[in-house]
Design a protein around this ligand. Structure first.
Ligand code: ATP
Ligand code: MG
Length: 452
């Protein structure tokens, strides 16, 4: 039977001990290596996967106990047995408390040596398989900053893995708050461009001219007020990733300009003559249905084909309610830390509400709800009282807004918009839908009222 030999590293400053132990252990069919001090041992342990270390307690440079601490701080997992002289048994006992498997006293008795080694190795196998299991479970529940273990999210992780290392442009679609930006960042971080910049720009946040200025930059004197030259996002994202958020809100002219950059990989700053070459991967996102945007001619079809070699569609939270407990507990942990609180859990009644609510604002809404609850909570569990009423009373189509007679239309409009935003928990897409205006109009109006 050919079984993979287990590897043992002997660390001792005395040559004759190394030789003696090597002979004994090789006879038992272990694979043996040796180091004459702790520092040398660390090097070997970092390079190789070693199952067991037999280390002298007293050595120059790095002694046995220090060696153990080094291993622990470097997250190197191996079993350690300490060899100690009669005079240092106290220290050996200390070492066992620090995590050493066992100790042997000099002179080493072969019989005892050969009886504890298999036990130590068995222990090592157990710990390793536990660690692997934990790793697998962890991998299934999150990916970079993205949390979720539903089959839909695991499929998303698989897609991120698949696209990260290609140069393909990716488009991410999904309702507001489903994590499009998180996915964009995860793709960047997993890609060969990870050490390059990740530049994000929200295309809906600017009027056309300002957006183009942000994207392409300008030379000084390009227009009144352009005192200094400015590099745009395309330049800033060179050798990295440019994230075009809310792509669908961009004017057709700007779309044409972007298409040209994508085709030629070169462009000019506003008011500039020099052509600038860039190497940029584009990830874009939109919370609109793409097909519809193309049919309505708000998104150029040719641009879409350029940008969308691959589409990743994020499911709304209510289609993967299985992720809600995991997300809630993770957010609870984070907001506990942030607010210096020690809330231990979420009451079952609360969780029931979470599990049946529709979450129009998706994960962002859940996150906000937990943050609010953590701040308000006075107990050690989140209770229904800590939740906003709109979540608890789901039958809530009955909000009213009062206007003071004598107000201008502008004031009424402003209040109405702000109240609608409150009602949608700051979900602008949802609010725009309710108000029957485009997201862009909503942004313009908010800019006009100078509210964030
Ligand atoms: N799967 C997730 N795990 C952890 N946090 C998430 C997840 N999805 C979203 N979030 C959090 O929710 C918030 C909204 O996420 P993000 O900005 O990525 O959404 P979005 O889809 O880009 O929304 P919008 O269309 O409104 O821009 C962020 O705070 C993000 O950290
Ligand atoms: Mg976003």
């Amino acid at each position: 039977m050919s079984k993979k030999k287990e590897k043992i590293l002997i660390v001792d400053d005395e040559e004759y001990i190394i030789e003696g132990l090597t002979t004994i252990l090789e006879n038992e069919n272990y694979q043996v290596d040796a180091a004459t001090d702790g520092a040398q041992a660390i090097k070997k342990l970092e390079k190789d996967q070693i199952d067991l270390v037999l280390a002298d307690l007293v050595m120059p440079k790095l002694d046995g106990l220090q060696l153990l601490h080094e291993l622990q701080s470097r997250d190197i997992f191996t079993e350690v047995i300490i060899i100690t002289g009669q005079g240092t048994i106290d220290s050996a006992v200390k070492a066992m408390k620090a995590g050493v498997y066992d100790y042997l006293t000099k002179p080493i008795e072969t019989e005892r040596l050969l009886s504890i080694i298999p036990k130590a190795l068995e222990h090592h196998r157990l710990v390793m398989s536990n660690r692997k299991l934990k790793q697998i479970v962890r991998n299934l529940t999150r990916y970079e900053e993205i949390i979720g273990q539903s089959s839909q999210m695991r499929e998303i992780y698989r897609m991120i893995d698949a696209v990260a290392d290609s140069t393909a442009n990716v488009i991410i679609t999904g309702e507001s708050g489903t994590g499009k930006e998180l996915v964009a960042r995860a793709i960047h971080n997993k890609s060969g461009r990870a050490s390059g910049p990740f530049i994000a720009i929200n295309c809906a946040a600017f009027p056309k001219e300002i957006l183009e200025n942000e994207l392409f930059g300008h030379e000084s004197g390009a227009f009144t007020g352009a005192l200094k030259e400015k590099a745009g996002c395309f330049e800033l994202a060179h050798k990295g990733t440019l994230f075009l958020d809310e792509l669908g809100e961009m004017s057709l002219e700007t779309q044409t300009k972007i298409l040209r950059v994508l085709e030629e990989r070169r462009f000019r700053r506003l008011g500039g003559k020099k052509e600038i070459s860039v190497d940029v991967r584009i990830i874009s996102a939109t919370n609109r249905k793409i097909r519809q945007a193309i049919e309505e001619k708000t998104l150029r079809e040719d641009l879409y084909y350029r940008l969308c070699v691959i589409e990743i569609e994020l499911p709304p939270l209510h289609e993967r309610l299985g992720d809600v407990p995991l997300l809630s507990l993770e957010f609870l942990k984070n907001f506990n830390e942030k607010n210096n609180k020690k809330i231990k859990g979420i009451s079952p009644k609360c969780m029931d509400i979470f599990n049946s609510y529709t979450w129009p604002g998706n994960v962002r809404e859940l996150k906000n709800v937990i943050e609010r609850a953590v701040i308000l909570s006075r107990g050690d569990t989140l209770e229904i009282e800590d939740l906003p009423p709109r979540i608890v009373n789901t039958d809530k189509k009955t909000g009213y807004v009062n206007f003071q007679l004598g107000s201008t239309i502008e004031v009424c409009e402003r209040d109405f918009i702000l109240r609608t935003l409150e009602y949608t928990n700051n979900n602008k897409t949802h609010a725009a839908k309710i108000l029957g205006i485009s997201l862009k109009t909503l942004h313009n109006k908010l800019n006009q009222y100078q509210v964030k």
